[in-house]
Design a binder for this molecule. Structure first.
Ligand code: ADP
Ligand code: MG
Length: 258
């Protein structure tokens, strides 16, 4: 049996008595692209808060590591330490440095010297230089490398931020609703981008847009969260056909199509 890269076991989290996450169990294998769906308030973003150390679980285990021997207990680490282990998160709203160029934004995200001045004037190794160029190509912003990030379209900012995540070279990328506010064309390209990262990286993508979920979940598993727990897990078609899922989520129609 392969060792899961990330294990979340029987985790709960309450806020003022309100159970945001209840007995949640979830495993992610290396190289997987897992899609997490669920109605508003299902606990999806809180799930990311718990993995990244932004919030601490009331009980349960969260562990990360390629092998049993290298497995680390994430609940004992802070946000910075968890990020340094190789878990990167992209929040819903893009947070790029508007006054810096696309290239500088990527530079600033590289592991290495801290602080804006050190990052911008530190001599890049040719390996880092090549890697940033590869990332620019991956997120399709080569032609805009010298644009101020503030001038990019919404979708391009989101891609730049995914590029900034990649510059940190994380093992796991946590991406929260990347298609929110995007045009259909941008959404489609974002799906291709995320699919191209699977295998090399492990990803958990939270998403609402069902057309987008269908696109990115082609080969992977979908986890449905409801009231802080896993309602069901499986291939997109299985999940879509599950009567419980239809009742709490798809059946409402609101998020059923784009
Ligand atoms: P989703 O991302 O699935 O829409 P969230 O994880 O954001 O849902 O929220 C799940 C529930 O937990 C919501 O009812 C929300 O109000 C509550 N919650 C999340 N984070 C906090 C917090 N820091 N303080 C209080 N309540 C929170
Ligand atoms: Mg959310």
């Amino acid at each position: 049996m392969s060792h899961p890269l990330l294990s979340v076991e029987d985790v709960s989290k309450s806020y003022d008595g309100f159970k945001a996450i209840t007995n949640l169990t979830f495993y992610l294998n290396a190289g997987e692209l897992r899609t997490v769906i669920g109605p508003n308030g299902a606990g999806k973003s809180t799930f990311f808060d718990l993995i990244t150390g932004r919030a601490k679980p009331d009980c349960g285990k969260i562990e990360f590591g390629d092998t049993a021997a290298s497995t680390q207990d994430l609940t004992s680490l802070n946000e910075f330490e968890i990020n340094r282990l190789g878990i990167g998160r992209k929040f819903q709203t893009p947070s790029v440095y508007s006054d810096h160029t696309v290239w500088e934004n990527l530079l600033l995200s590289l592991k290495g010297p801290r602080g804006v001045f050190a990052s911008l004037f530190h001599r890049l190794t040719s390996t880092d230089h090549d890697r940033l160029h590869e990332i620019l190509a991956t997120v399709r912003l080569e032609s805009k490398h010298d644009w101020k990030a503030g001038l990019l379209a919404h979708g391009e900012k989101q891609w730049l931020e995914i590029g900034m995540l990649l510059a940190q070279d994380p093992k796991v990328l946590l991406v929260d609703e990347p298609a929110a506010g995007m045009t259909d064309d941008e959404t489609d390209r974002t799906g291709d981008l995320l699919l191209s990262l699977a295998g090399k990286h492990s990803l958990i993508v939270i998403e609402h847009d069902m057309a987008f979920v269908k696109q990115i979940a082609r080969h992977g598993q979908v986890t449905v969260l409801h009231q802080g727990s896993v309602l069901c897990e499986g291939k997109f078609e299985e999940v879509q056909a599950n009567p419980k899922v239809r009742e709490v989520y798809l059946g409402r129609g609101k998020h059923g199509s784009r």
